[in-house]
Design a protein around this ligand. Structure first.
Ligand code: GRF
Length: 215
């Protein structure tokens, strides 16, 4: 942890970074009691990285390919990523469209201090193309989930969920757009809660408040 200053967040992303921007905006407004210490990506030239640079934030491009394939390559890449996060004195990590499964190295370096946002109501439709999975299944309601990251795929304790209707005539793009609006709200709300409130894990559940029921 970084001592007495504001909580330091490391953001990992692979794409356009709209969730990262939503978090950044909420921090700038003072809604989230934290600051972004590093924005890192496994994709060289990710739009989210340029957006972070334009905001004057610390950035790191760390493509995963040179580290090799398979669990060994994943571990080596994550080890380097952990070093960068620790060098930046990051307390919490927010995955914001980071298209990599984390190795145990990264998960263990920030135990219960990694958040992810997923565009479905977990545990339905984990993994890739969650919005298309929801459409294919024919659900009438979908949404997004912010959760703590464990070593599974989109499987850690849930912090926050928001719903949106699935409308007749939706395709993956229209549904994704509707969900994304809620993602931006949900991510800021979830991060604010875990940083500001007392919470504990009971089984699979993240429960806010002390064991005696007080906040
Ligand atoms: C979001 O839909 C997020 O839920 C998913 O990847 C997308 C990233 O979008 N994990 P953005 O890069 O934050 O705009």
């Amino acid at each position: 942890m970084s001592g007495t200053g504001p909580t330091r967040i490391g953001v990992l992303l692979s794409g356009r970074g709209s969730n990262f921007l939503a978090l950044h905006d909420a921090m700038a407004r003072g809604t989230i009691p934290a600051q972004i210490a590093l924005v890192a990506s496994n994709v060289d030239g990710a739009v989210g990285l340029s957006r972070a640079e334009a905001l004057g934030l610390e950035t790191l491009s760390l493509p995963h390919r040179p580290f090799g394939r398979g669990p060994k390559g994943r571990r080596a890449h994550d080890t380097r990523m952990v070093r960068a996060l620790l060098d930046a004195e990051v307390d919490w990590v927010c995955l914001a469209g980071y298209m990599r499964i984390l190795s145990p190295v990264l998960v263990a370096a920030f135990p219960r201090r990694i958040l992810n946002i997923h565009p479905s109501l977990l545990p339905s439709f984990p993994g890739l193309d969650a919005q298309q999975q929801a459409l294919d299944h024919g659900v009438r309601v979908s949404g997004c989930t912010v959760h703590l990251v464990d070593e599974g795929l989109d499987s850690g304790p849930i912090i926050e969920q928001r719903t949106v209707p699935v409308l007749d005539g939706d395709d993956a793009e229209t549904l994704s757009r509707r969900i994304l609006v809620e993602e931006h709200r949900a991510y800021s709300a979830a991060l604010t809660r875990v940083l500001s409130e007392t919470w504990r894990i009971e089984g699979r559940r993240l429960v806010f408040g002390n064991a005696d029921g007080q906040r």
